[in-house]
Design a protein around this ligand. Structure first.
Ligand code: 48H
Length: 251
């Protein structure tokens, strides 16, 4: 059968419009497709929650791609090794309690797990605002094409309703900062200097619902709490994503 461009164009437009319409109301909106967001999305979606990842860049994976200073390897500690196994990520033991994995494989396997669990991805889409009602609950997100933001065009956004929003935007803590600036409901203390051991321990502790309807995970959790950074060790990101999923599933 001959291929025709009109059919190819119609296929893309109709299919993506169908997907968007199916996801304007979500159980869980994960903002940011780094390791913590991908892990959280995979685990909540696997339990039947309608979940989408909204990622401002072209590709998901966040800071994981770059490994340590662009050497595409990540370190994971003993405590989080079971999550490497859980997501089928290969690794080698480097020393007692230290495992090394490929950052490319890690992003690929986390993304595949999320896809298999039914997560939908909206890439090249930035969260630029939130919706908050009288009860102080975050009801959803205001989104726009990243290209609109980059070109500084005056184009009004659209919205997504969500039962729970997850701020997985990494160092930026972008959603928490919006809620701080626009509603004063949370305080973002800002991240502190590098201290791997403490930061890795604390990132799970700081993963929580910071105001009704908004859970923070990953580096954003440490940024909100005024906690340290950890460098290219990623066990805490996976454990934090898992913790965020548990918090959501227990609500
Ligand atoms: C849509 C957005 C928006 C927005 C940002 O940075 P990430 O990889 O986040 P985590 O927390 O899962 O992982 C952190 C880790 O990668 C890291 O940086 C570590 C361990 N650093 C330690 C250290 O010492 O430096 O991913 C966040 C994602 C990115 O892909 C952003 O593009 C995206 O969120 N994002 N998406 N709307 N407003 N803001």
């Amino acid at each position: 059968m001959p291929l025709d461009e009109v059919t190819i164009t119609r296929a893309i437009l109709e299919e993506q419009l169908r997907v968007i319409l199916e996801h304007v109301e979500l159980d869980v909106a994960v903002v940011g497709g780094g390791p913590s967001g991908l892990a959280c999305a995979a685990l909540v979606s696997e339990k039947g929650r309608r979940c989408a990842v909204i990622e401002k860049k072209l590709s998901v994976g966040g800071g994981m791609w770059g490994g340590g200073m662009m050497f595409p390897r990540i370190v994971v500690q003993e405590k989080a090794r079971r999550l490497l196994d859980r997501f089928g990520i290969g690794y080698r033991k480097y020393a007692d309690g230290y495992y090394v994995a490929s950052s490319v494989e890690s992003v690929a396997k986390l993304t595949a797990a999320a896809c298999d669990a039914g997560v939908e991805f909206f890439n090249l889409t930035s969260v630029e605002d939130v919706m908050i009602r009288e009860d102080g609950r975050i009801q959803g997100l205001v989104i726009n094409w990243t290209a609109v933001e980059m070109a500084r065009l005056h184009v009004d956004p659209l919205t997504i309703q969500a039962g729970v929003t997850v701020d997985a935007t990494g160092h930026d803590a972008a959603v928490a900062r919006l809620v701080e600036r626009k509603a004063g409901l949370v305080e973002v203390k800002g991240e502190r200097c590098m201290w791997a051991e403490r930061a890795e321990d604390q990132v799970v502790h700081h993963t929580r619902e910071i105001c009704p309807g908004l859970v923070v995970t990953g580096m954003a959790a440490n940024a909100v709490a005024g906690e340290h950074r950890m460098g290219p060790i990623f066990g805490g990101m996976l454990l934090s994503g898992e913790r965020a999923a548990q918090i959501i599933l227990n609500r």
